[in-house]
Design a protein around this ligand. Structure first.
Ligand code: ADE
Length: 418
C-alpha cells in the first residue's frame, strides 16, 4: 500500500526516471548484477531520501536485488509527486507527498517503518533513524541489521547517539566516503544550488556579491561555482582552518556581520542553526536574496526575519518577500529549505550515481556482515569506495595506470630502495 498525492501523475514521473537512468551507469551495472545474484532476497529496506527521480532509480535497483522497498521523503518540499506516483505504480511502497505538513511528514516516516518492518534502512538527515530509536518502536528496531546515512547532518545526530551508547544498530557513514563528499557535497551541491537559485530568480550572478556561509565540502562547491559564474565571492566561517583554506583558495574572508551589508546573494551551508540571524538581517541591503543549502531550514533565522518584517508576501514561485519596517525588502528562497531540492531537482544524475552506488554497496556489506558489526557509526570500507570509482571510470571508457610489483612493494613500506 502507498500513500501518494495523485497516481495519474505516473506518466511524467516515469519519463523523469527514464532520463536519469541513462546517466547513472554505475547503478546500471549493479542492477545487472542484482538481476542474477539477488543479494537482498527476503530483506525489507526502508528508505528516507529526497524523493526525486535519481532516488526512485535507487529504489528500483534495490528491488531488482530482491528487496522489498518502502520510501518516504526526507524533506516536505523535495518530494516530487509525479516520481512518487511512478514508483508506487511499480510496486515500491511510497509514503510521501510534496509540501506535507509536519504531522504528515512524521506520519509518513512512521508508516514507512510500521508497514515495511525493515531489516535495512537508508536515511538522509537522520529522521528515520531517530524514529526507530523511540521506545515504542522497539518491536521494529530489533529486526534492523543496520543502515546507511547519506548526509553530514545525519552523521552529527548518529555520532551523538553513538557517544551515549544508544545507537541500536550499525550505521554506515556514506557521507564520509571519498566517492561521496568529493563529488556529491562539492560538485553536486556546487552545481545544484546555483541551478536552484537561477531557475527560481532568473537573475544574473556575474558581477554580484555572493556570500557563502560555511566552507565545508558543500561550501567549497558553492563558492567555486559562484566564482565560475563571475561573482565576487565572500566566505564567512567559524572554523579557522576552513577560513584559511577559503582565503588561500582566493576568496575574501570576513565575519558575516561585515559581509552582510555587501551581499546580493547569501547561501548558508553550515549544518548549524541561525547562521544568518537578526543582526545580519538588520544590515543587509535592500533586495538581498537569501537561501539555504544545509539539511534543515534552521540555518536562516526565519523568526528574526518575521520579527523585523512589516509584511510577508509569497511572490513568484518559491520566493518569499519580507518587507521590513525600515522599508527594505529581503527575499528568501524555498522557505529556507534546501534550495537545490525544494526549488530544483537535486544533484546531477552522474553525481547521485556515485552516492547511491555507495548506498547500495553499504547495504550489501551490512547484510553480508550481519551480526558481526558493532553498533557504531562505521566507515565505508575503502574497497567499496574504490569499486565505485572503478565502475565509474570504466563506464566512461577511462583506463588508468597500475603499480608494477616492485612499485607496490616499495609503497607498502616493506622495502626501502635508494
Ligand atoms: N537527490 C536525492 N538525494 C539527494 C541529496 N541528498 N542531495 C541532492 N540531490 C539529491
Amino acid at each position: 500500500m502507498s500513500i501518494i498525492r495523485d497516481k495519474s501523475l505516473a506518466g511524467p514521473g516515469e519519463e523523469k526516471i527514464a532520463w536519469v537512468e541513462k546517466h547513472m551507469p554505475v547503478l546500471g551495472t549493479m542492477r545487472e548484477k542484482y538481476r542474477v545474484n539477488k543479494p537482498f532476497q527476503g530483506l525489507r529496506v526502508s528508505i528516507c531520501l529526497h524523493l526525486e527521480a535519481k532516488t526512485a532509480y535507487l529504489c528500483r535497483v534495490l528491488a531488482e536485488g530482491g528487496a522489498q522497498v518502502a520510501i518516504s521523503g526526507s524533506n516536505p518540499l523535495s518530494t516530487q509527486d509525479d516520481v512518487a506516483a511512478a514508483l508506487a505504480e511499480g510496486g515500491v511502497g511510497v509514503f510521501a507527498w510534496h509540501n506535507s505538513s509536519d504531522a504528515e511528514y512524521e506520519d509518513f516516516l512512521y508508516k514507512n517503518l510500521t508497514e515495511n518492518r525493515p531489516h535495512l534502512i537508508i536515511d538522509d538527515g537522520g529522521d528515520l533513524t531517530a524514529l526507530l530509536h523511540q521506545e515504542d518502536m522497539e518491536p521494529i528496531s530489533r529486526d534492523v541489521l543496520g543502515g546507511a546515512e547519506e548526509t553530514t547532518t545525519g552523521l552529527i545526530r548518529l555520532r551523538s547517539l553513538a557517544r551515549q551508547n544508544k545507537l541500536l544498530f550499525p550505521m554506515m557513514a556514506v557521507n564520509d566516503a571519498h566517492c561521496k563528499y568529493l563529488f556529491d557535497n562539492r560538485l553536486g551541491t556546487g552545481q545544484s544550488v546555483w541551478d536552484g537559485i537561477i531557475r527560481t530568480t532568473n537573475l544574473l550572478v556575474a558581477g554580484k556579491n555572493v556570500v557563502v556561509v560555511g566552507y565545508g565540502w558543500c561550501g567549497k562547491g558553492v563558492a567555486n561555482r559562484a566564482r565560475g559564474l563571475g561573482a565576487n565571492v565572500i566566505v564567512a566561517e567559524v572554523d579557522p582552518i576552513h577560513a584559511l583554506e577559503a582565503l588561500m583558495d582566493g576568496f575574501r574572508v570576513m565575519p558575516l556581520e561585515e559581509a552582510a551589508p555587501l551581499g546580493d546573494f547569501f547561501i548558508t551551508v553550515t549544518s548549524c542553526i541561525n547562521a544568518i540571524g537578526s543582526r545580519h538581517i538588520a544590515v543587509m541591503k535592500d533586495r538581498a536574496i537569501m537561501c539555504n543549502a544545509g539539511h534543515f531550514d534552521t540555518e536562516i533565522d526565519k523568526q528574526a526575519l518575521t520579527v523585523q518584517a512589516e509584511k510577508i508576501r509569497a511572490g513568484k514561485k518559491n520566493i518569499t518577500e519580507y518587507r521590513l519596517k525600515d522599508g527594505r525588502s529581503l527575499f528568501l528562497l524555498a522557505e529556507g529549505r534546501l534550495v537545490n531540492l525544494a526549488s530544483g531537482d537535486g544533484h546531477p544524475a552522474e553525481i547521485m550515481d556515485l552516492s547511491f552506488a555507495l548506498q547500495a554497496l553499504s547495504l550489501e556489506y551490512l547484510q553480508e556482515q550481519a551480526g558481526s558489526l558493532p553498533r557504531r557509526v562505521l566507515k565505508v570500507p575503502y574497497e567499496l569506495d574504490k569499486k565505485v570509482a572503478e565502475l565509474k571510470l570504466a563506464s566512461g571508457g577511462i583506463n588508468i595506470d597500475s603499480l608494477d610489483e616492485r612499485q607496490a612493494r616499495y609503497l607498502s613500506g616493506l622495502h626501502r630502495e635508494a
